[in-house]
Design a protein around this ligand. Sequence first.
Ligand code: UGY
Ligand code: MN
Length: 248
Amino acid sequence: MHNFGRTRSSQQPNHLLLTPDTFVRTVLPGMKACSAIVHVGPALGARFTQYTAEFEVGGELGGTSAQRFIFVIDGGVKIEVEGKSSELSARGYAYLPQGLQHRVSATKVSRVAVMEKPYQALDSVKPPQWIVSSEDAVSPHPLGDDPALQVKCLLPDEMNFDFAVNTMVYQPGAALSMVEMHIMEHGLIMLEGGGIYRLGDSWYPVTAGDFIWMGPWCPQWFGAIGKVPAKYLIYKDWNRHPLAGSHP
Ligand code: UGY
Ligand code: MN
């Protein structure tokens, strides 16, 4: 089926919307029985990469030279680190520091959101340890004073982490209270529901399955529309000086 070349996907200088009809699969080095939909990376100006890994049973991720964060969208995976094995089911997640040997293999047909970022070390601060947990184990807090917009921070609020990954749940009709413009970039996967995302000077209808990248200072606002809550998983760089990495 073609749609006369139409799609909701849009690539702009400071943002990107990718809808599933435009996803292209590839295999990254070391992947076995697994493919990647690469959503964003340095080729577009991002300082991290995000992809969705689609696993067959027994499929495996390849290695990375960077830190890695994984979130199970559906299915189940096993993580082996330092001789220990942990099982993650839907909404399970893991943080794997740069340089840590690990193996991620699927116990079920699975879709997993993967973010990777070169670590920006801080003098006299120890890099983080690995983490395996589940979103179900994290307590939510309202954004600002709006109980209709709940945030869960999946990584500890500590200076040694140079990025954050959160989930945000909007009750139908809830919205960000302001248009945000900030130095941090975002990688976002819509997990449930939908609404309208303002990105730059455009307003886009978005729904579960869509991916969004927002570059630094991209004007952004979201309002949830529909009869079910809207939920997304959102990455941002965090905790580093604006000049870090920009001079020798
Ligand atoms: O954490 C954030 O910057 C978040 N409030 N941004 C967003 O949802 N677009
Ligand atoms: Mn933001």
